[in-house]
Design a binder for this molecule. Structure first.
Ligand code: KIV
Ligand code: ZN
Length: 524
């Protein structure tokens, strides 16, 4: 067996990040090419062992992203996903082959429900697994195989197909809990059972890949590690379809903080977690829930009197890890309208954000505008400005002017927008000011996209707080998310809506199938 794939240290857990594949597959979480490269670079610098960079057969865009990430990666192994057929596997190899350390990941659904989709008998599927893993292994010496829906696959059949994959040359066997159905005890027992029953199991790495439908993904992953799995598949912020995947930051910090009872290590530099979490939230348009473990904005906030008192006497009273451990700088330097550009750059650095001169200029203009309207500009306000400024989507549609009337007498909006440089105006009414303003956008730029999500949250406290708004649109399966922040909630809402429409215009122009439009039913 290839020794470089199995770490020498038996307590070392490999971190396999799938933010750019399983995470990006989440409806609305689409990232641009540049955003994918940026996230891959941050993952690589943070010490992630394996980056699953995409699904190369899914689209030209996915192929290009995986192959560029493969060429740019400095230390992580770069992996691509492929279904169980030669065409997928060949395309995957084409994309990853220039990486310093490439990996092919191939999968097929093995549970009764999934076997029924390609309509293969147990024997036929076993043959398919043998052929496809052998083919992958002839191309690449690092091959991962996954029996999709493993946790609902008959144990005897699971042992049989895992043995076939190992004999065909798989170096990592991933056990996915595809629908988030398992529980910690069962997750551990499954890995233990495979290690005991499958010949050759001790020579490969077992991976655990959990989804969070019952809120147990992290617990299930850690239980699998205790039973012998040595690779955890996860995503930043737990991004992923439905309730998401196991959150990388939770696994890394759980193993670090509770090393006393879980004596395993990862190669992840935990002080980089906060920054990458913010970047993934910004580029995916999926905000992090306030009380999310490790990276939520309340994770280290102690507001109740009794907590604050205890914290002042001894931080360990209520804190099991220090904010610095996850890269949360303890900076309370509040910015105001007299702060200059150098102070802003300094503040951004403290927050882990590096920007070029042009972006700094843009953020500074927005910052001054905000500081004129808001007494104190906090760290979160500044991060919201960064999120707004860092999208390179061409803005065919722009808001020029908006006047909204609201109150007990009804709501209306009068709006001027430019559409490809041409000014257009509309006057509309609606059920509330946001509805009236959205109707004006629709009148100026008619479209059939359905509004799937409209979400508002206050960035900081106080009635002058900025509102961040996320808008998700769906036009014939093309799903896009837009976001914006402003002290005026209606302005933020309209700008978020226009941002989503600008992204939709770009998506309409793109050719090729979207990764999530490739159905797992073609997995066979
Ligand atoms: O959840 C799952 O089963 C997957 C596989 C493709 C590994 O993501
Ligand atoms: Zn998955």
């Amino acid at each position: 067996m290839t020794s470089n794939i199995v770490p020498a240290d038996p307590g070392r857990v490999l971190i396999f990040d799938t933010t750019l594949r399983d995470g990006e597959q989440s409806p609305g979480a689409t990232m641009s090419h540049e955003e994918k490269l940026e996230i891959a670079q941050l993952l690589d610098e943070m010490g992630v062992d394996i980056i699953e960079a995409g699904f190369p057969i899914a689209s030209e865009g996915d192929f290009r992203a995986v192959s560029e990430i493969a060429q740019l990666s400095k230390s992580a192994t770069i992996c691509g996903l492929s279904r169980a057929n030669f065409k997928d596997i060949d395309r995957c190899w084409e994309a990853v082959k220039h990486a310093k350390s490439p990996r092919i990941h191939t999968f097929i659904g093995t549970s009764p429900l999934h076997r029924a989709i390609p309509n293969l008998s147990m024997d036929e599927m076993a043959d398919r697994i043998h052929e496809t893993v052998t083919h992958a292994r002839n191309l690449c010496d690092n091959v991962q195989w996954s029996p999709m829906d493993a946790t609902r696959t008959e144990h005897d059949y699971l042992c049989r197909v895992v043995e076939i994959a190992i004999k065909a040359g798989a170096t990592t066997i991933n056990i996915p809990d595809t629908v988030g159905y398992t529980a910690p005890k069962e997750s551990a027992e499954l890995i233990r059972m495979l290690l005991e029953r499958v010949p050759g199991a001790d020579e490969i790495i077992f991976a655990t890949h959990c989804h969070n439908d019952l809120g147990m993904a992290t617990a299930n992953s850690l239980a699998a590690v205790e039973a012998g799995a040595r690779q955890v598949e996860c995503t930043i912020n737990g991004l992923g379809e439905r309730a998401g995947n196991t959150a990388l930051e939770e696994v890394v910090m759980a193993l670090k903080v509770r090393h006393d009872i879980m004596p395993y290590t990862t190669g992840v530099e935990s002080t980089k977690l906060m920054n990458i979490s913010r970047r993934v939230a910004a580029v995916s348009g999926f905000p992090v829930q306030f009380n999310k473990a490790i990276v939520g904005k309340n994770a280290f906030a102690h507001e109740s009197g009794i907590h604050q008192d205890g914290m002042l006497k001894n931080a360990e009273t209520f804190e099991i890890m220090r904010p610095e451990d996850v890269g949360l700088a303890a900076t309370n330097l509040v910015m105001g309208k007299h702060s200059g550009r150098a102070a802003l750059r300094d503040k951004l650095r403290q927050l882990g954000v590096e920007v070029g001169d042009n972006q700094l200029k843009d953020i500074f203009v927005r910052f001054k505008d905000l500081a004129d309207r808001k007494k104190e500009v906090y760290d979160d306000d500044i991060l919201a400005l960064v999120r707004v400024s860092d999208d390179a989507t061409p803005d065919s549609l722009q808001l020029k002017d908006l006047v909204v009337v609201c109150g007990t007498g009804g709501q209306s909006a009068e709006m001027t927008m430019t559409v490809d440089g041409v000014e257009k105006t509309a006057k509309t009414t609606g059920d509330g000011p946001v509805d009236a303003a959205f109707n004006a956008v629709k009148e100026i730029f008619p479209h059939d996209a359905k509004l799937e999500l409209y979400q508002v949250s206050a960035v900081t406290k106080g009635t002058d707080a900025q509102a961040t708004v996320s808008v998700r649109l769906n036009e014939e399966g093309r799903i896009v998310t837009g976001s914006n922040a402003d002290t005026d909630t209606v302005v933020a809402s309209v700008k978020a809506y226009i941002h989503a429409l600008n992204r939709l215009i770009v998506r309409r122009e793109k050719t090729g199938t979207d990764a999530r439009e490739i159905s797992y039913k073609d997995a066979g």
